[in-house]
Write a protein that binds this ligand. Structure first.
Ligand SMILES: Cc1cc2nc3c(=O)[nH]c(=O)nc-3n(C[C@H](O)[C@H](O)[C@H](O)COP(=O)(O)OP(=O)(O)OC[C@H]3O[C@@H](n4cnc5c(N)ncnc54)[C@H](O)[C@@H]3O)c2cc1C
Length: 413
C-alpha cells in the first residue's frame, strides 16, 4: 500500500498532523497501536505554565527566551508558533469540540485535587477561571454520582473554600447506573458515560436539581459525553443553575471524546486509520525511509514519500528503558540520553527528573537521525522529542500541537 504520508502513532500529535496532511489533499495513513496520553487528559491543553521558576499567565509566547535554546518552542520561534497554534481552536471545532482560551493569556483550570493550574485551551464545559480575579461563585454544589470513587469532592471543596467559595457536597443516584454499581470496577467514568444518554440524562438532571437550589453553580465529575457533548448539553438544559465539569481519575471521558473526534475528522477527510497495529521497523535506501512494516500487515509494507513518527515518550512506548539502556524501538533513532541508569533520575521525587527531557534528537526541521545520519523524509513530533520537561513547564500539549502542525505544514508545503 502506498501513501503520500504515513504517520506512526495515533495520539494527539499523530492525529493533528494527519488531519493537516489529509486536509491538504495528501493520501495519508495513521498506524495507531492503542491508548495514548489523551486517555488521561484533563480537558485542558497547556501551552506554557512555568518559565524561569515563575508561573506564566500573561503572554506565554513572550516567555520563550527563558527556555533552553534547543527547546522545540525556541526552534519553531514565537511568531510561527502563534500562527500554527491559532489554528487549533478551529481544528477542534471542526472535530465537534468546543474550547475556550487565548494565546495571549493563560486561564486557570481546576484540577481534580482542587488546585488551580495555568492552561491555554479548556473544553467549553470544564471549570476554568480568569487569572487574577475572584472566583465567580459564592456557593457551589459539588455533586458526585452515588458510590463513584474516582472523584474527590473534599479536595475540591478544600481548594475552593480557600478562595472564599462555600461548598455543599452531595451525591445523586439514578436507577440506570445500578447495573454498573454491582461491581465497583465497573463504576468508571467512561462506563457511566455510555449509560448516561437520552432519558437517563433527564432523570439525572432532576436529581441534580434537588441539590442545586440556592447555589450559584453545580460542579460534577466528567462522566457524560464520551461520543459527543449532546448529553452534557441536555444535562445543562435540565438543571436550573450552570453545570460545570471537573476531570476524574482516568480513563478520561473528555480525553476519549477528543481522541475519537479527531480520529473521525481525519477519516472524514479521507484518511486511512489503522487501529490496533504496531509499526515494528522499516527499510531505508541511502538516507530515506522507503517502507515500514507492521505487526498486523506482516510482509505487506506501507510505502510512503514522507513519514512522521509520533509514538510518544515512555508512556506511549515511543521510548523504552530497560536495565541498561534507553532506546527508540522502531528505527533505533538517536537520543539525547546521557550516562547510565543512575544518571537518568534524581532520588528527590519532586526534583525535575532528567529522563523527562529524554527523546529523539532532530535537525531544525524536526528530522531525526540514525547513527548521526539525518533521515531526509522522516519527521518526529510530540512527546517523543528531546529537550523539554512537559510536567515542569506545563507545556505538553502546546509542544505536541505546535510540532505536529509545523511538520505537517513543511510536508504539505
Ligand atoms: C498521562 C499523561 C497525561 C497528560 N495530560 C495532559 C493534559 O491534561 N494536558 C496537557 O497539556 N498535556 C498533557 N500531557 C502531556 C502529553 O504528553 C501531550 O499532551 C500529548 O498528548 C502527547 O501526545 P503524543 O501524540 O506525542 O504522544 P502519546 O499520546 O503518547 O501517543 C503516542 C501514540 O503512539 C502509539 N504508538 C507507540 N508506538 C507505536 C508503534 N510502534 N506503532 C504504532 N503506534 C505506536 C501509542 O500507542 C500512542 O497511541 C499528558 C501526558 C501524559 C503522559
Amino acid at each position: 500500500m502506498r501513501f503520500d504520508t504515513i504517520i506512526i502513532g495515533g495520539g494527539l500529535s499523530g492525529l493533528v498532523s494527519a488531519i493537516e496532511c489529509a486536509r491538504a489533499g495528501q493520501k495519508t495513513a495513521v498506524v495507531s497501536a492503542g491508548q495514548s496520553a489523551l486517555h488521561f487528559w484533563s480537558g485542558s491543553f497547556e501551552l506554557l505554565g512555568q518559565a524561569g521558576g515563575e508561573t506564566v499567565i500573561d503572554r506565554p509566547l513572550d516567555s520563550l527566551d527563558t527556555l533552553p535554546e534547543n527547546h522545540p518552542y525556541r526552534r519553531i520561534g514565537s511568531e510561527r508558533l502563534r500562527t500554527l497554534l491559532s489554528k487549533v481552536p478551529g481544528m477542534l471545532s471542526d472535530a465537534g469540540l468546543k474550547s475556550a482560551g487565548s494565546l495571549d493569556r493563560n486561564h486557570l483550570r481546576l484540577t481534580p485535587l482542587g488546585f488551580l493550574k495555568p492552561a491555554w485551551l479548556t473544553l467549553g464545559d470544564y471549570v476554568a477561571f480568569e487569572a487574577g480575579k475572584p472566583l465567580p461563585w459564592k456557593k457551589v454544589a459539588l455533586v458526585n454520582i452515588y458510590s463513584y470513587l474516582d472523584f474527590y469532592p473534599r479536595f475540591l471543596a478544600y481548594g475552593l473554600e480557600k478562595r472564599g467559595v462555600e461548598c455543599k457536597m452531595a451525591a445523586v443516584n439514578i436507577p440506570d447506573l445500578d447495573t454498573l454499581r454491582k461491581s465497583t470496577t465497573e463504576m468508571r467514568a467512561t462506563n457511566m458515560s455510555r449509560f448516561l444518554t437520552d432519558s437517563a440524562v433527564d432523570r439525572l438532571a432532576a436529581e441534580v436539581n434537588k441539590v442545586a437550589k440556592g447555589m450559584d453553580a453545580v460542579i460534577m465529575p466528567a462522566v457524560l459525553g464520551i461520543y459527543s457533548d449532546a448529553p452534557v448539553e441536555c444535562l445543562r438544559k435540565g438543571v436550573d443553575v450552570p453545570v460545570w465539569f471537573v476531570p476524574t481519575t482516568p480513563a478520561s471521558v473528555p480525553g476519549v471524546r477528543c481522541q475519537l473526534s479527531l480520529r473521525d475528522l481525519f477519516i472524514r477527510l479521507g484518511g486511512e486509520f489503522l487501529p490496533g497495529d504496531i509499526v515494528k521497523g522499516g527499510e531505508f535506501e541511502k538516507n530515506r525511509l522507503r517502507r515500514v512494516y507492521t505487526v498486523n500487515l506482516g510482509d505487506m509494507p506501507l510505502e510512503g514519500d514522507n513519514f512522521i513518527i509520533s509514538t510518544g515518550s515512555f508512556f506511549g512506548h515511543g521510548l523504552i528503558a530497560d536495565i541498561e539502556r534507553i532506546y527508540e524501538p522502531v528505527f533505533g533513532l538517536d537520543l539525547n540520553v546521557k550516562g547510565g541508569r543512575t544518571e537518568w533520575y534524581r532520588k528527590d521525587f519532586y526534583a525535575p527528573q532528567p529522563y523527562m527531557e529524554y527523546g529523539v534528537t532532530t535537525d531544525k526541521e524536526f528530522r531525526p537521525s540514525r547513527k548521526g545520519e539525518t533521515i531526509e523524509n522522516l519527521y518526529a513530533t510530540g512527546a517523543l522529542l528531546a529537550g523539554f520537561n512537559a510536567l515542569k513547564e506545563g507545556s505538553g500539549a502546546g509542544i505536541t500541537l505546535a510540532t505536529a502542525l509545523h511538520v505537517a505544514s513543511r510536508i504539505t508545503g
